[in-house]
Write a protein of this length. Structure first.
Length: 222
């Protein structure tokens, strides 16, 4: 494993292991999110969600809840599941922001600005969810200012790493940290996923384009 992949794996392990069992430890999660990836460079302290809000959200609904952290904007928010179609889940907020996931991988966003309109993630998700090593193609599609769809294509080197626990709110499992180092379309980035034994992504940090940058997603209830 390269130094970069090792650092990412350890950072993600720090994220998930820093959180305790149950909603009383929600504050630890908020503190852990920016610190977990400190090895990648300066990450500002997120704002927007208190431990009390996290606890209240879980107590007020039986729906799946996830925490979204927009690193570059110093912003985090809670989203509730508003639609499910097979492996696809869409989470939304009262301000009409939404994030679509496929088996835990973000595939589209709306209302965040610079949105990921859609993605071609089949090969990448297949390899990540099986915790396999190899190279997979990956496409991200964005809407340009003149209303055209721009497709950015990458090749991603997938590498499974350490086994790490994920104990956050109602999530209590163990997964393998899988990195996807992607290059193409004039830039490169590294996504990190924690994948459980069922092939579900139970924590993720993904690059979602030049405007959104890196986005961390952490389910509190699935």
């Amino acid at each position: 494993m390269s130094i970069t992949r090792l650092a990412l794996g350890l950072a993600l392990a720090a994220l998930v292991s820093a959180c305790g069992n149950g909603t009383n430890d929600a504050g630890n999660l908020i503190k852990a999110l920016p610190a977990a990836f400190a090895s990648l460079g300066k990450t500002p302290q997120p704002v927007g969600v208190s431990p009390e809000q996290m606890t209240q959200a879980l107590q007020s609904t039986d729906l799946p809840v996830t925490l979204i952290f927009l690193e570059g904007r110093q912003t985090q928010f809670l989203a509730l599941e508003i639609e499910r179609n097979g492996a696809y889940q869409t989470y939304g907020t009262s301000s009409r922001q939404s994030v679509a996931f496929r088996n835990g991988m973000i595939t589209a966003t709306r209302g965040l600005g610079g949105d990921l309109m859609s993605s071609g993630e089949d090969a990448l998700l297949h390899m990540v969810s099986r915790r396999q090593s190899g190279v997979a193609p990956y496409t991200m599609r964005f809407l340009t200012s003149d209303n055209r769809t721009e497709a950015l294509s990458y090749n991603c080197t997938v590498s499974p790493g350490k086994s790490v626990p994920v104990k956050v709110a109602e999530i209590d499992t163990t997964g393998v940290a899988v990195t996807a180092q992607c290059a193409g379309a004039g830039n490169s980035f590294t996504n990190v996923f924690v994948v459980d034994r069922h092939g579900s992504l139970v924590s993720a940090r993904q690059w979602l384009g030049y405007q959104l940058g890196y986005v961390t997603s952490q389910p509190l209830r699935r």
